[in-house]
Design a protein around this ligand. Structure first.
Ligand code: HEC
Ligand code: HEC
Ligand code: HEC
Length: 110
C-alpha cells in the first residue's frame, strides 16, 4: 500500500513538472531550418489531442526531450517518420496540401 502511494505520488510529481517543462499551455517549439517557413510545434494542441510523452518520446521517434536532436526532412515525413507517423491523414491532418498548417512564413498573418 505504502509502495503504491509512493509510486503514485512520484508519477504525479513527474507529470506535474513535465506539464511546466514541455507541454503546458503556450509551450511551443520552433524549427527554423526550412525555406518553406518556421515550423511551429504546439505542445498544447498535441496534449489536447490526447497524446502522452511516450507517443513521441520513444526510441524510434524523438528519443531525447531536447530541441534539435533529430534532423527532420520532408522525405522522412512523407515516409511516415517523425511527425509523419501521425500526420498521415488518419491520426492527424495529412502533410500534402497542408504545408501552411506547420510552416509559417515570417511576417505573414497566421
Ligand atoms: C506536420 C508538419 C509539416 C507539414 C504539414 C509540412 N512540413 Fe515541411 N517540415 C516540417 C518539419 C518539422 C521540418 C524540419 C524543419 C527544421 O528542421 O527546421 C520541415 C522541413 C521542410 C523543408 C526543408 C527540409 C527538406 O526536406 O527539404 C521544406 C523545403 C519543407 N519542409 C517543405 C514543405 C512543403 C512544401 C510542405 C507541404 C507540401 C510541407 N513542408 C509540409 C514539418 C511539416
Ligand atoms: C506529438 C509529439 C510530442 C509529444 C506528445 C511530446 N513531445 Fe516533447 N518534443 C517533441 C519534439 C518533436 C521535440 C523536439 C525534439 C528535437 O528537436 O530533437 C520535443 C522536445 C521536448 C523537450 C525539449 C524542449 C526544448 O525547448 O528544448 C522537452 C523538455 C519535452 N519535449 C518534453 C516532453 C514531455 C514531458 C512530454 C509529455 C508531457 C512531451 N514532451 C510530449 C514532440 C513531442
Ligand atoms: C503521436 C502523433 C503525432 C505526432 C508524432 C505529431 N503530431 Fe501534430 N498532431 C497530432 C494530432 C492528433 C493533432 C490534432 C488533430 C489534427 O489537427 O489533425 C495534431 C495537430 C498538429 C498541428 C495543428 C495545430 C493547430 O492548432 O493548428 C500542427 C501544426 C502539428 N500537429 C504539427 C506537428 C509537427 C511539426 C510534428 C513533428 C515535429 C507533429 N505535429 C508530430 C498528432 C501528432
Amino acid at each position: 500500500m505504502m509502495r503504491k502511494i509512493l509510486v503514485m505520488s512520484m508519477l504525479l510529481v513527474i507529470s506535474a513538472s513535465s506539464t511546466v517543462l514541455a507541454i503546458g499551455p503556450g509551450k511551443k517549439i520552433e524549427f527554423k531550418g526550412s525555406p518553406e517557413g518556421t515550423v511551429i510545434f504546439d505542445g498544447t494542441t498535441h496534449k489536447n489531442a490526447g497524446l502522452t510523452c511516450k507517443d513521441c518520446h520513444n526510441p524510434v521517434m524523438f528519443p531525447e526531450m531536447k530541441k534539435g536532436t533529430v534532423k527532420i526532412t520532408m522525405e522522412d515525413l512523407y515516409a511516415g517518420k517523425y511527425c509523419g507517423r501521425c500526420h498521415d491523414g488518419k491520426k492527424a491532418f495529412q502533410i500534402l496540401a497542408n504545408c501552411a498548417r506547420c510552416h509559417h512564413k515570417e511576417g505573414m498573418a497566421r
